[in-house]
Design a protein. Sequence first.
Length: 255
Amino acid sequence: MRCERVARLGLVLGGLVGGCVPSESGVEEAQAPAGTRRAALASSAEVGEPVLLADIAPVPPGAPTSGSDPKDLMAVGHNLFFTASEGEASSRVWASKEGRPGGAFGLDPALVSPDTSSSTRIAVGNTLFFLNSAAIVRSDGTAEGTVRLDPAAYFYSRAARNAQPVGNTLFLSLSSLPRYDMELWRYDEGVGLRQVANLHPTSSSTPDNLEAVAGTLFFTATDGRGRGLWTSDGTAAGTRWVTAMPTRIDQTLAV
């Protein structure tokens, strides 16, 4: 059986799914109600009837339309984030709080760009982070919960490349103004951004290649001895040098 691509979102029994409606011929094909331009909840016969999530851009009956074209779907906790078009207006990022019908909310385009090529999106718990070279925005799917983090205090040039979730913590490589000394930072809900450790007090340790392994953060950085492999549990005392990095290996990781 095949399935025609359709601009729909699926949420059935609390699970995020994409689906189609079986046709009389036995070939699954998507069918949207006439005269609508919407992000709809679609399901197969095994999981029940489709449920409308949001009519993002209604159009008159019979008008030609390709739909609001929901894409870049991302489930974060109990919320769904996606990009969709509002008629003639440009696309924006939307959030569906717990998948409630009629509960889709368009995020402020001044804070969140729908262009996935210009930012990195990372989910941590029930929060989605949007990172680029100029800002970090966190969203819990609500207007009041979509905010830019400390816009005047930090420099984010490497944040999008060097951000790694470990459990409910987001680790980042950030510079604090005005010195621009790049060190390892962490973000925790209810606490905010804070520096983990100043590994190179007279310069930047420039943490790079952040990776999570079995709940532990590993990264490369320098404390003046040359670049090495480090590990951290999120505390200054628990951030330790593991071994020196051979030059060729470090250069390969930095590509």
